[in-house]
Design a protein around this ligand. Sequence first.
Ligand code: SF4
Length: 63
Amino acid sequence: MEIKVDKKKCLGCGLCISLCPEVFELQNGKSQIKAKVDLKKNKNCIEEAKENCPAKAIIVKEK
Ligand code: SF4
């Protein structure tokens, strides 16, 4: 599993951080993926963040 935040689309609303604080963090007003995060363990909240992101800026690639 691979995830990315499209920083051009991200509004910096903070929703993904509230839904999945172990994975996302705000950096200069945009969401980014934290280093060394366990994606598998956080799969559910990543999906939730992806579904709820108002800008559809979260890209999830299953492998
Ligand atoms: S929910 Fe979407 S728009 Fe809001 S901070 Fe996260 S990635 Fe950006």
